[in-house]
Design a protein around this ligand. Sequence first.
Ligand SMILES: [Fe+2]
Length: 429
Amino acid sequence: MSPFVAGVDADVRTTGRESEPEVFMGQILDNEPLSRTDIAFQAPTQIKFGVGKLANLGEELQIEDDLGDLARVVLITDAALAGLGIVDRIRSGFHGSHYDLVGVFDDVPSDSDVRAVDAAAAFVSENNAEIILAAGGGSVMDTAKAAAVVATHGGRVSDYEGLYIVPGPCIPIVAIPTTCGTGSEVSGGAVIKDHDARTKVILGSPYLFPRMALLDPELLRSLPAHLVAYTGMDAMTHAIEAFVSTDREPISEAIALRAVEMLADNLPLAVADRGNTDALSKVQIAASMGGIAFTNAVLGATHAIAHSIGSLHGLHHGLCNAVALPYVMEYNLRTCPARFAALALALGAERAGRTDAEFASEAVERVRSLNASIGIPGTFEGLGLEGDDATVGDITDAAMNDPCLAFNPRPSEYADIEILVRRCVTGAS
Ligand SMILES: [Fe+2]
């Protein structure tokens, strides 16, 4: 009998089977009932992390059973990254391997677009690509996913709009993120803009998960400080919203909470110094963890507002999230104080004997301080928006129609969101 089993026996002898077992309550969260009793957690993307990993790209693909026999590779990226030498780095990553980089499509705009998808899909087909490398931020990765669908199954991207419409597996994608927030490298979603129709085509499918995410913090070294801050706060928002969403479940909760802690501890260091490899590494890993968490547990009102302000006023998605996040947390505090108390702990606050209700607001203060330390303004007025009725009304209208709002922990009517939006814009209570 193993010592472990013997220990269990000894414990049973001491306490007796008839008596009620003593229950030890956790210190992080209340032992609340599951908010979902039917869970299908998905994180199929293989994550390979390493400083300088891109230099071994060929080896990393070759050792995988399903990728080792493939050879023809197309790279999808954008012109800015091409100018910074991403193509040469990938070519040298394939040095000594059998992989053949048969084509480079570097025409992805900063806002993914249906035309770019059509052009990228045609390029992938013309080159008979067997693997697609997607090196870039969210726009590049989403474009590559949609292009893989169209190149594999034909038609146009709009044919696959919605959930579970993609009919089967696609050309495998190896995602190589060059920002630290989007999470697209580990998600089964893609958002493509149709600039002519002024709409977004949203795709969600298990066939959209990249086959592999290759995380190399060396690729973040040339990212400007403000983009580390914006994309890092996008990742923070993914983790916090997933942790409190109505669709949360324990697997995502665990991943999200650790991602919050890693971002709180490392984002200011990474923003201040892209030479800090450890901080940069943890921010990059936490961004993928946030992506896994929100892919499963969805998001909330911060993203609903950020999507609206981003599309109406052309502001960076991560920046919009960063500004809105503390206001939305404040708005949600009373709905789930224990969860915000747990977030306060992860964000580095000291409980000091306070109850959840007393301690929860520390999470908001911590996010405000974090924002201030990395140069994020406190309101959207600080970014040029005005708090007039028309501006607030337009943002509120769009936010009410955003699918993320349905997963916000506090149920919201139009008037609630209107007040919240006004607070995000002006800071006034
Ligand atoms: Fe986001």
